[in-house]
Each structure stands twice: as structure tokens, then as C-alpha cells.
Design a protein around this ligand. Sequence first.
Ligand code: SF4
Ligand code: SF4
Length: 391
Amino acid sequence: MPADPEEVHDCILEGIGLKDLLAPAHVVIEGGKVVGLACTRMKLGAPDASGRPRPVPVEGPLEILPADTILPAIGQETVLDFLGDLHLNHHRDGTLIVDPATCETSLPGLFAGGDVARGPASVIKAIADGRKAAEAIGLKHGVALAAEPELAKDTPVDLLLAKKARHKSPQTVPVLPVQERGGFKEVIQSLDPEAAREEARRCLDCDELCSLCVTVCPNRANRAYAVRPFALELPALVMREGRLVTEGARPFVVNQDVQILNVGDFCNACGNCNTFCPTSGAPYKDKPRFWIDAEGYAEAQGDVFRMHHTGDALVLDARLGGVAHRLESHAGLSTYCSGDLVVRFDTGTWRLLDAEFLGAWMEGRVFDLSPVATLIALLGSNSVVPHVAFS
Ligand code: SF4
Ligand code: SF4
């Protein structure tokens, strides 16, 4: 059973004996009463796939640990008996099945998140579930969550320098003196208000600028880049009586001015950024995946992008859901092509100038221009955030 160093430290501090390399074999019972725990002696064998030496049994007599009470205390599970006769859909391990978008259980109106729905995980993930559920509950009642308050924003560079320059050690959390432990008093106590404020001041503003996936990638495959936040409305195009006409308008908004992309040529899918992402993302899969090499782009699976120059034009190629898209910008004009559809925009305002369809006419066919918004966001933001250049 692996244990954190602080758990080992606290056991020793509280006088709890630790015995290494023993595996419980069976409980020893005499006269109907527990008298001990028989354990197999183990030794460390060859490392397993994770590199950790695998304990293997040693031939010989069992070691008996005398005991009159045995408390198995490994693992945790959620006690749901308060649900009574309600039968909710759950996984084999007992965790509840919830809608990943809303955290709603199989019983409409009942929401669950955190360990009870996802198994043991971090507090942050539980908080995120809580927020998601609150939002869904609000929407059911026609109430949207209040917008985040606008904070005075530093530039990405200021934030980055502050992050790099600042080193504040964590506050020490008070604990109950050893001699007072043994009852039901909480051992790990709370910070006082001033210490809690100090601790909060250590915040690294990851919601403004995280880029952890950039710093943990051993292959420098994740890159941060600056975008100018923008809002844009693009219509759908519909074939009507021999003409392409615009219908409706879908809004597209980019709020954060620092974004991440992945360079497919460098990424070996080691999953390191997945492990470290504080928001449970898998940046190497979720973020726009760019290829420098044309052959790599042609062979890559999933949604992929490639930016290059053709003459004086800046070209962004993309394959999204298996469909090819191209946005080409030159001298104030941007041309989008996908299959037989060609749409021209004014670069900068992204006003749709004209559209034509070069293939067989199909009355009523609708073209969704949302991939264009993705291409515009990526094409217009080719400046790399300086910390990539610093390092
Ligand atoms: S999965 Fe790719 S992007 Fe993520 S850390 Fe590994 S090499 Fe870097
Ligand atoms: S993908 Fe994850 S690690 Fe990368 S910037 Fe976003 S939150 Fe941070």
C-alpha cells in the first residue's frame, strides 16, 4: 500500500507502528475471537511496468501480528443510504452515472458531482462539477449564472513575469498537538483569516494565464499564442432559387487572449500535459493540432491544421471531422473554400462579401460557416506569447 511521506511522518509522530513488506494472509481466530493477523513475508522483486519494484512472497512461516481488534482501513467509498429506495443508474464501482454536461443523475432534478460521480479525484474537479450543476439547475429555472466579475487585468507578459518572479512559501496549517490526539478532535485545523488571505495571495492566476501544458511538455509541442479577443457573427448560407443567400447569424466569441496550440510534428502523445492540466484537459488532443510538415498533416488522424504561405498569401488548411477547409488571406481579402463552396470576406471586419457554389445545385442545402470562425481565430493570431521565446 503506497503512502505519502506526510502520512508516514504522522504515523511515526503518533506512535503508530509501521511494518514493511508484510501482506495480510488471514485473520487468526481462537475460541471464536480474533487473536491476530497472519501475514506473508514479502521481498521486493523486479520492477513492474511503472518502474516500481513488485513485492513478491518469501517462502517460510507466516508472521503473526497479535491483535484483539482489526480495522481494515484502506480505500473509501460513498455511503448513499440516505437515498433510501431511489434507484439511480450507477457504474460497477458504485459511482453514479451523470450527464457529463450538467451532472444530472438518472433521476431528473437530482445532481451529483465530485467523488460520488467520478471516483476519488481532486477538490478542484468537485468544485467544477458543483459549478456545472449549479449552472444547469439555474437554467432549468430560467436563471443564468452571474457573469464573472471583471478584474483589472494585467497583460499576459506582466502576469507571466509576476508568476516567474514571485516565490511565496505556503502557510503552515496548524495541527493538533500530538498529546491531544486520540479522540475525535480534528487533527488538521484551519488557517486563521490573515493566513488564509496570505495563502490566497499565492494564486498564480491560472484562469488568466495557465500554460502549464507548455512548460511540462518535454518535446516543446504545446505552444501559447496571443489572440486579440473578438466577437463575430457569421450567417449560414442556403441554396435558394439558384442563389446562395444568407440566413440567421451565429455569434462566435473568443474571450481569453492567451490560447494553446499543439504542434503535431513534435508531440509523441506521452500524455504528460494531460496529467498536469489543472482543468482535466488533454491539451494534446483538445487543442488545435498544427502540423509543420505537409506529409505529417496529410497522414494525421483527427482534426488538424497547417499554416503556410502560397506566394504572398497566408494560408490556413484544416481537416475538421474529415472535411477539408482552407482560408487564404492576401491584400485585405480572405477566401474560404471547402469542397465546391467559395466565400470571400473582408479581412479585418470579416464581413461576408460574396459566396459561390461551383458544384451541382441542391435546392435548400445549408452551409454552416462555423468552421470559418475557427479558422479566423487561428489565422489572425500568429504571435507567440513571449515566454516561449524566453525559454
Ligand atoms: S502529450 Fe504531446 S504535448 Fe502533451 S506533454 Fe506529451 S509530447 Fe507534449
Ligand atoms: S490546456 Fe490545461 S494546462 Fe494547458 S493552459 Fe489550458 S488549463 Fe492550462
